[in-house]
Design a protein around this ligand. Structure first.
Ligand SMILES: Cc1cc2nc3c(=O)[nH]c(=O)nc-3n(C[C@H](O)[C@H](O)[C@H](O)COP(=O)(O)O)c2cc1C
Length: 206
């Protein structure tokens, strides 16, 4: 992989015991690696036990001086990526709380970067969770991609080797990756050509 490769974080949003999300995330990670044009890393929120967001100021300020190792590490981890794929289940027509907490902990590191979605769940395939995430992404100044992957009835969607029974999901993933590669390259060049002023500490910040 060339050092200039586009760095993509695949964030697994479910932290539940015996979760199906691991299977989905590993599959999408394998597809991403196989393309050869992306430098991908699977980021499991289970490995990032962030505290609930309790800072007296918003993340734009708070991310400059978190005191816990995990929060500081999380900010650095997200800052290092050029794009993201959020792998999310659907919980009560939304997405899991740990995923929101992880999104809320960072601000600048999400800005001006593309985000793609891979969802799963029951009959809806998690589309309602993705619709909510799209709104969050806009607020974080991300560029949400049009094409997404939605896997219904996830508990019976994969074979023992971890491949989906329905080849349609792989074809949708290919379209999503094509869009992600284009947006990631373009926005990376754009960020370099037109640097954004970093947030400044304000008087509220301790
Ligand atoms: C708290 C909770 C709420 C759920 N709500 C929905 C839902 O609204 N729609 C849906 O399609 N599936 C729903 N499900 C089923 C999940 O999508 C399914 O269990 C999936 O495997 C969860 O992802 P995970 O195993 O990676 O945690 C729910 C599951 C849980 C645990």
């Amino acid at each position: 992989m060339a050092p200039s490769a586009l760095k993509v974080g695949i964030i697994l949003g479910s932290t539940r015991k015996a979760r199906m999300g691991e299977r989905v995330a590993r599959w999408i990670h394998r597809l991403a690696v196989a393309r050869g044009d992306l430098d991908v890393e699977l980021v499991d929120l289970k490995d990032w036990p962030l505290p609930n967001y309790e800072d007296p100021v918003g993340p734009k300020q708070a991310e400059l001086s978190y005191t816990t190792v995990v929060e500081r590490g999380w900010v650095a981890k997200i800052n290092g990526f050029d794009a993201f794929i959020l792998v999310t289940p659907e919980y009560n027509h939304g997405y899991p709380a740990p995923l929101k907490n992880a999104l809320d902990h960072v601000y600048s590191g999400w800005n001006h970067k593309p985000v793609a979605f891979v969802s799963y769940g029951g009959s809806s395939g998690g589309v309602r969770a993705v619709q909510q995430l799209r709104q969050v992404a806009i607020e974080l100044q991300m560029a949400p991609l049009r094409d997404e992957v939605n896997i219904p009835f996830v508990s019976r969607a994969f074979d023992d080797a971890g491949e989906p029974h329905d080849a349609f999901h792989g074809r949708r993933a290919a379209t999503m990756f094509d869009q992600l590669t284009w947006w990631t390259a373009v926005l990376k060049e754009g960020r370099a050509a037109h640097p954004v002023r970093p947030p400044q500490r304000n008087s509220l910040h301790k």
